[in-house]
Design a binder for this molecule. Structure first.
Ligand code: M6R
Length: 608
């Protein structure tokens, strides 16, 4: 959720830190702060709101120093405020920035208060600074004091520390929150995301849980939890391709919507052949093991969960395999019964979502056939912790509202369904149809962009409403759920999705002249039933905005019918997603919300 960065360099690091925070602002944006260590003096700056405010303060104060740490916050403990913004200090000598959640904070707060520490903020993070300070007071070195402090912490953390008595050094610790060390020229870094140091380093060490690091401008040392030096493999990440810009679009979300034809093509590229999927695209041994799959357990959150729900039908049809789907945040608390030969599948754009990661860790202890991760970030923890994986290759997604991550996840899920079906040697013809549809998807998505001109006509009619209903049947209910999530996330208008047949069981009470009802009506076996459900809306005065095929017999007196491209059976759900993304985006633009960074949200949810 929060983003942290630290730098030790032969040059002044203020600008490096602020630029790094800007690139990580998707992780949290309610306050930002940094501390620079200049000889034995600390210069600390904190601002509420966006990183741009911190940048303004930097321009005004012009602090200079060759080492420092910085943070962009997504509030968990304590409101967004100057006092709660990071870095936090103990005694003006130890400064820390933290991403994660310390679960035993109440107990630590009491203990540290009894020890005489005055706790200034409402955060769990400040306590870490006092713990380190207290350990140092007991005669430990800074690294020992940090190691000792983490022994008292229950929860998740990545921490970067400055000790004003150790000029030029950054200390770091990682447990269940992402942290990596980057090697530069006459400078080294720690950061939550390689993106933060794009252009400065391409050589990274991905820290493991329980690791500690000490960096100076010319040295990187990594230690295990016993304080002994350990070596971690050096990974090269081409951060230049991760450099992000809006490319002339107004928002990242807009750019990411219109990037989808290319992103989906990238997700498929090199993974299919004429009429089938290639072997082992999920990693060595995957094809051989997949023929044993009898059941599939999916876990994911938010948009990624909607991808699983949409894809369920493909697994049932192509692999003849029943699927269970859980909210990652709920999965392990229901003590799931795991049957033999169940494949566990995590779906996550970031590969770092704490709830999904916790479910994965739980699954590792159970008798699953294996763990598959579908994610967009090759360096992510989930990718590293899984038996098999596939990357969606969508390119960095910066907008908090997921767009291209969703459609590329659907492409990857189709590849997984085809891989399992191929391993079981069943449903070859359906598989060939699915692959053909998949290959045709980018062109159809491009065609669906043409709907924007029709959507423009309805934006103003929806933007002043308080509620909206989204309806679909079958897999289109899951697409409606994704559409409603997108809509509420960035417009702040309440939107709810229902399977259209469920309307009469309660939600119909919400329908009146002021309720826009968005419906998905592809020409499929359920369309006639859907038409009857839409009649129920019409007779209550609701306004219908329907995306469907011209052939479907839907007559709209109030609202608008928008004709979709002719899709295949397997790619239609992906294509029907597009107008819902555009609708959410255009309505949010007309309202004027901060739609790349909507209120209260963050891109990468690394706390439970
Ligand atoms: O990185 P993940 O796919 O694991 O993230 C899961 C959700 O937090 C994410 O999809 C969220 O729902 C999006 N903001 C929705 O647009």
């Amino acid at each position: 959720m929060c983003g942290i960065i630290g730098a030790a360099s032969s040059r002044s690091v203020g600008k490096i830190l602020v630029n790094g925070l800007k690139k990580m602002e998707y992780r949290g944006y309610d306050s930002a702060g940094l501390v620079l260590n200049n000889e034995s003096e600390a210069i600390q700056l904190k601002t509420l709101g966006k990183v741009a405010n911190l940048e303004d303060l930097m321009i005004e104060k012009k602090p200079r120093a060759q080492s420092g740490i910085a943070h962009t916050r997504w509030a968990t403990h304590g409101e967004p405020s100057q006092k709660n913004a990071h870095p936090h200090t103990s005694n003006g000598t130890i400064y820390i920035v933290h991403n994660g959640i310390i679960e035993n904070h109440d107990e630590l707060r009491e203990r540290l208060s009894n020890d005489g520490y005055k706790i200034e903020s409402e955060t769990d993070s400040e306590l870490i600074a006092h713990l380190i300070h207290s350990n140092k007071e007991n005669g430990k070195s800074t690294l020992e004091a940090l190691i000792e402090a983490t022994k008292a912490l229950d929860g998740a953390y990545s921490i970067a520390v400055i000790d004003t008595e150790q000029n030029g050094k950054i200390f770091a610790a990682k447990q269940k929150s992402p942290l990596l060390v980057g090697r530069g020229i006459e400078e080294n870094f720690v950061a939550s995301d390689p993106l933060a140091i794009a252009g400065l380093s391409e050589s990274f060490y991905l820290l493991e849980d329980g690791d500690f690091a000490v960096i100076t401008q010319d040295e990187i040392k990594i230690f295990g939890s016993d304080g002994e030096g350990v070596s971690r493999e050096e990974t090269i990440i081409d951060t230049r391709v991760k450099e992000v810009s809006k490319d002339g679009y107004k928002h990242f979300m807009e750019k990411e919507i219109y990037e989808q034809p290319k992103a989906i093509a990238n997700a498929i590229e090199g993974r299919t052949t004429e009429g089938d999927v290639l072997d082992n695209i999920f990693g060595l041994g995957s094809s051989e093991s997949f023929n044993r799959v009898k059941r599939i357990q999916f876990v994911a959150c938010g948009t990624s969960l909607h991808a699983a729900k949409t894809a369920r039908k493909w697994f049932e049809e192509l692999c003849e395999t029943p699927c269970y789907i859980d909210f990652a945040s709920e999965y392990r608390y229901r003590n799931p019964l795991v049957e033999d030969d169940t494949l566990f599948v995590c779906i996550s754009q970031s590969g770092e979502t704490a709830d999904t990661m916790a479910a994965l860790n739980y699954a590792k202890e159970e008798k699953y056939l294996g763990i598959v991760t579908i994610c967009n970030v090759p360096t992510s923890t989930m990718a590293r912790e899984s038996d098999w994986k596939i990357f969606t290759n969508a390119g960095p997604e910066i907008g908090v509202a997921s767009t291209k991550a969703f459609t590329t996840q659907l492409a990857a899920l189709m590849l997984l369904a085809c891989s399992i079906s191929k391993s079981k040697d069943i449903n070859g013809e359906k598989r060939a149809e699915a692959i053909e549809d998949l290959v045709n998807t980018p062109a159809l998505v491009k065609e669906a962009f043409g709907l924007k001109k029709h959507i423009d006509d309805i934006v103003e009619k929806i933007a002043d409403k308080k509620n909206a209903l989204y309806l679909g049947r079958g897999v289109y209910f899951s697409i409606a759920q994704e559409g409603a999530l997108k809509f509420k996330e960035i417009t702040y208008i309440h939107a709810e999705a229902y399977p259209a047949g469920e309307l009469k069981h309660g939600p119909l009470a919400l329908v009146d002249e002021t309720t826009p009802v968005v419906a998905l009506a592809p020409e499929d076996e359920l369309v006639e039933k859907l038409v009857s459900n839409l009649e129920e809306v019409k007779s209550r005065g609701g306004t219908l905005y329907v995306f469907g095929n011209a052939t479907s017999k839907i007559k709209i007196e109030k609202g608008k019918f928008m004709n979709m491209p002719d899709c295949g059976y397997y790619n239609a759900p992906i294509v029907y997603t597009i107008p819902l993304q555009i609708l959410a985006y255009e309505v949010a633009c007309s309202i004027g919300t901060d739609l790349d960074q909507p209120r209260n949200l963050a891109k990468s949810v690394t706390v439970e």
